[in-house]
Design a protein around this ligand. Sequence first.
Ligand code: 3UK
Length: 542
Amino acid sequence: MGTQSAHVDTFAADNLPPRDLWPEFPNLEKLGYPERMNCAVELIDRHVEEGRGDRVALIGGDITWTYAELKGVVDRIAHVLVDRYGLIPGNRVLLRSANNPMMTAVYFAIIKAGGIVVATMPLLRAKELKYLVEKPELNLAICDRKLSEEMEKTRTQAPRLKDVLYFGTDAADGLEAQMAAYDEPFTACDTASDDVCLIGFTSGTTGQPKGTMHFHRDMLAICDCYSREVLKPGPDDRFVGSPPLAFTFGLGGLVLFPFRVGASALLLERAGPDDLLHAIATHKATIMFTAPTAYRAMLSKLDDADISSLRKCVSAGEALPKPTWDAWYEKTGMKILDGIGGTEMLHIFIAAPEEAIRPGSTGKPVPLYEAKVIDDDGNECPPGVPGRLAVRGPTGCRYLADARQTVYVQNGWNITGDTYETDADGYFWYKARSDDMIISSGYNIAGPEVESTLLAHPAVAECGVVAAPDPERGHIVKAYVVLQPGFTGDAALVKELQDYVKAEAAPYKYPRAIDFVAQLPRTETGKLQRFQLRQIAETASA
Ligand code: 3UK
């Protein structure tokens, strides 16, 4: 066994899955991490120690903090947590805030003190928050005052939550007031590199959300694999984007990656397409992280925007359709970096650097990761044959006390739930979530492929394609379409779109039904909620 855990509260160790249900971690040793490390030290203090303390770490609202200033804030918060709230290594702390510098400082203060962060999406309600208090058995929450309403409701519904500490307030019992009493440096908890520091909950469309447990070393591994090898940022980069920090896509892309190289992060509490464009122009951002739907929404606004500072754009969360990639390239000259990641894997594990991109393909396994497409018996599918995506690498799935561990991890591989196909050159092509495949008259049809075809038609702004029950065919392909301004959703347009798909794709894939809608149901992370569309389709045909 490795080095001793620093956790005094052994909840994490007690609730990790049994060792034989963990995935394998090939290539982990190649990263050469020491047995003991605290990722807060590696990502923040290291820059101060090595003379980069004056560089800007965080910008947001009216705050600009250098690395030295951020370290000072983190240290004061850590003192408050340990001294006044009795935090001991291994305790879980719930964190609730929109993306901002203070949230980030609290995040690292918890980790620096040896605690475990349970970050939550700002839009969650008390009913959902209650589970995120109870499942990880925590008794302290730290929350932006602006979000106090649901927090207070949560408190009445989850009595084990003893303390709620607010920031963004000048109240005497608020975090800022309490921090003022401390100005000594805080000595980081001497954690093991495989001590848990984050429990990231999946958004979970069905059943309870799953808590994914990540170690200090995992926080660095995603920086040293995807970011260093594919994204390749430098210290002068300024990162911006939309995903919440409670979503690990946002955590990595907006905080860990810039911090690993001593770059700057611009954090926006509101990060819709207009906010993003405005922030890029104002702060001269160079690297953007957002979801495919935001790229599409920005396309029509680029003429009035100044994005000349931008040099790299990353897309993840759902498939990036080729028409979106093409349109962005045509308008900006930039090749969007698509990448598939997951909460279980912490971040992106298949992607391609600009020079190796094949538009429409997700790419190849990120260096130090391995991926394959397998059939129902676990045998590898040859190129061109769709199957289940399996991956392994330095990070991987460990659910917090959850029987679904054996669904995600099989034979040491992480099974993401996606249907993929490889080509002869080893590129990976996304088909659909495995449970989103449409079976119509015996044909297997991937909804996202039909969506991608429709998106290339000038009338289509957004679309979602799902199975609708049909007495004869079992299911039919049904499209929900949001139109571009200036188009009318009438029978003629339905026919035109159907003919268009028949001409561009195999005719059996064309949507036999098309509904025009004002918007599509999406998660806070920008994902299309296909199960919602399926329910609407079912109700409509009943
Ligand atoms: C889907 C994609 C096609 C896919 C995430 C980057 O999305 C993230 O995590 P989640 O746990 O969802 C994982 C699932 O989302 N997906 C994500 N990216 C792509 N499908 N192309 C893509 N580029 O079904 C995957 O299994 O919410 C993404 C980094 C960190 C993340 N947590």
